[in-house]
Design a protein around this ligand. Sequence first.
Ligand SMILES: NC(=O)c1ccc[n+]([C@@H]2O[C@H](COP(=O)([O-])OP(=O)(O)OC[C@H]3O[C@@H](n4cnc5c(N)ncnc54)[C@H](OP(=O)(O)O)[C@@H]3O)[C@@H](O)[C@H]2O)c1
Length: 286
Amino acid sequence: MTIAIIGADGQLGKDVQLALKAHDTRPIAHGEVDITDAAKVVAAIAAIHPDWVINTAAMTHVDDCEGQHMRAFEINALGARHVAEASRQVGAALIHISTDYVFDGEKKTPYMEGDATHPLNVYGISKLAGEFYVRNTCPVYYIIRTSGLYGTHKCRGKGQNFVETMLKLAKEKESLRIVSDEVLTPTFTEDLARQIDVLVESKPPHGIYHATNDGACSWFDFAKEIFRIAAIEVAVEETTASQWNAPARRPAYSVLENKALKRAGIDAMSHWKDALGRYLSKKIGR
Ligand SMILES: NC(=O)c1ccc[n+]([C@@H]2O[C@H](COP(=O)([O-])OP(=O)(O)OC[C@H]3O[C@@H](n4cnc5c(N)ncnc54)[C@H](OP(=O)(O)O)[C@@H]3O)[C@@H](O)[C@H]2O)c1
């Protein structure tokens, strides 16, 4: 199959290219096509005429989005619409990546695909608007909501992923304060990319799919597990999101249940601790 991958230089985009290498993949980087330019997106997809389009491009820095509403909407909402329209015109199935931040975190059990959305920040609102554009524009769509991505390739929007930040800070400081009242499921981009390959191969009914690693933890728990596996001795103290005072509000609980993947019999995601172990073994040989 011919598969166009938009956002190809991002941390997820690069792993998606590797996971789908059995196919005829056509990477499209930001430098080639800016997804805010509707005509260019349509022309690029028409020239490839793919069976599938995978859109991993987004403005991903959550706090930056807070101060740049227009830019966040141009990329995450209208950009998604342009990609959906281009996919529709060539009859391609579209995989569009979205986020756990479409939820408000008031729920105390994992979010299902059909649960009510209520984003708390501009990033989440713009990504949810992107979801609506995709659903209303491209007949065969797969919206994949994921969470807390980290991978071996650089996160373009954030510069560093959480694991790299922890490893760096542990070298520079004697003690760290990490937020313990935000619970999520950190997800390894290699695992998500492999899950996307499984979805492409099986082509289940279209719709919204949650796809994260299994289990859940706070940022504090995540940091402690990083240091345990990496055998790094550093004092880690708990702090709260309100004390941290980031520009964007985040949900206190944004754990996703991979219910639709399980229903389709194609959930290939392993536990977050297993995924972290594999990542650290690649990254630092532990
Ligand atoms: N990172 C997370 O923790 C996380 C969590 C949940 C969901 N997600 C979603 O997962 C997807 C992949 O994110 P990621 O972690 O791989 O982020 P990333 O490394 O920042 O990749 C995003 C890519 O989008 C490209 N891009 C940005 N603006 C663009 C534009 N106007 N036109 C074309 N390309 C543009 C970037 O290119 P340049 O760098 O060259 O601008 C970059 O290659 C996104 O949809 C994101 O919303 C991420």
